[in-house]
Design a protein around this ligand. Structure first.
Ligand code: COI
Length: 326
């Protein structure tokens, strides 16, 4: 059985080798993302594995023409894939889960970094400014944290951060009974009005696009801290910049940002950043941008590869596949 892997990275090599051996797979690889130009590389492969680069209708069409029937993304999110078109032409799509601690831990780190003004502390230290100027932080204890989305990552975050003695409000269309020992489920409006810190853990889709927009920021507490380790377009950059400039938003820590596609994960040293919002956000002392790395742990790498390969294996064997997107 054969699987073709796009976006292959050397850090993943050992995990792919282990899968090849354990599942008797013949694995073809290409370091580049799939494009119309290199799609013929997977001719003869029923299953391919990709990362988070855009997979639009034209590319899906081309992949189908060369015989692809199953596309597994080695990511939890699958908003980079035109699912509707894939369905239309009969390509099945799967994602790959990994331990939610990777993103949950990183989120806690960003929350603490924002509270303690860590960007400014690090910047000041570089220029040997060791004064207390503008670096007075706040404790998490006693704050109200608003968690939007209580899926796997949201739940892990809540369980771990509960030890900091903060009050936790949560919003999820379907509240989870087992989380009620840690959180009070509220509607979005109540969460906006009462939270000192708001963190996002929902998928990106039509319903969540620009969830945090001008109207949402207007309902928040002055000085609120915004944390996003989910997907950039959940936040309207223009509205966020205005809210930071007016002081409504006191700080933001963003591992993802609207417009990051094609910029993050590339070597861009010496290049002009044409994404103006990112440049403006990055210039603010109270905004910390990190390049979509919350997932990046050795455990996640292993799971992303192993689950993607298992998913291809299950597809080829016609067996039930927990990663199949219905
Ligand atoms: C995901 O798994 O959905 C992520 O956000 C990480 C990925 C872009 C590498």
């Amino acid at each position: 059985m054969k699987v073709f892997v796009y976006g292959y990275r050397k850090e993943e090599a050992a995990y792919f080798s282990a899968c090849a051996k354990a599942m008797q797979l013949e694995i073809g690889t290409c370091a580049q993302r799939p494009t119309l130009e290199n799609a013929q590389l997977c001719q003869g492969y029923e299953c391919i594995s990709v990362l988070s680069t855009p997979i639009d209708a034209a590319l899906l069409q081309k992949l189908q023409e060369v015989g692809v029937r199953f596309l597994s993304t080695r990511t939890v999110g699958y908003d980079h894939i035109d699912l509707a078109y894939a369905r239309k032409i009969g390509i099945h799509i799967g994602n790959a889960t990994y331990a939610s601690e990777s993103v949950a831990d990183y989120t806690i780190m960003l929350i603490l970094m924002a509270l303690r003004k860590m960007k400014l502390i690090l910047q000041s230290a570089v220029s040997q400014d060791y004064s207390f100027d503008a670096v007075l932080g706040s404790n998490l204890k006693g704050k109200t944290l608003g968690v939007i989305g209580t899926g796997a990552i949201g739940q892990t975050l809540i369980r771990h951060i509960a030890g900091f003695d903060c009050r936790i409000l949560a919003y999820n269309p379907h509240p989870r009974k087992e989380m009620e020992q840690y959180v009070t489920y509220v509607d979005l409006n109540t969460l906006y009005q009462n939270s000192d810190i708001i963190t996002l853990h929902v998928p990106l889709n039509d319903a969540t696009y620009h969830l945090l927009n001008e109207a949402a920021f207007a309902r928040m507490k002055p000085g609120v801290i915004i944390v996003n380790t989910a997907r950039g377009p959940l936040i309207d950059n223009t509205a966020l910049i205005a809210a930071i400039e007016s002081g409504k938003v006191g700080a933001a820590a963003l591992d993802v940002v609207e417009g990051e596609t094609g910029i993050y994960y590339n070597r861009r040293k010496g290049k002009i950043l044409k994404q103006h919002d990112m440049a403006v956000l990055n210039s603010f002392p109270n905004v910390l941008l990190t390049p979509h790395l919350a997932f990046l742990t050795d455990d996640s790498y292993r799971d992303m590869v192993t689950h993607s390969m298992k998913s291809c294996y299950l597809f080829m064997h016609g067996e039930e596949n927990p990663w199949l997107i219905q």
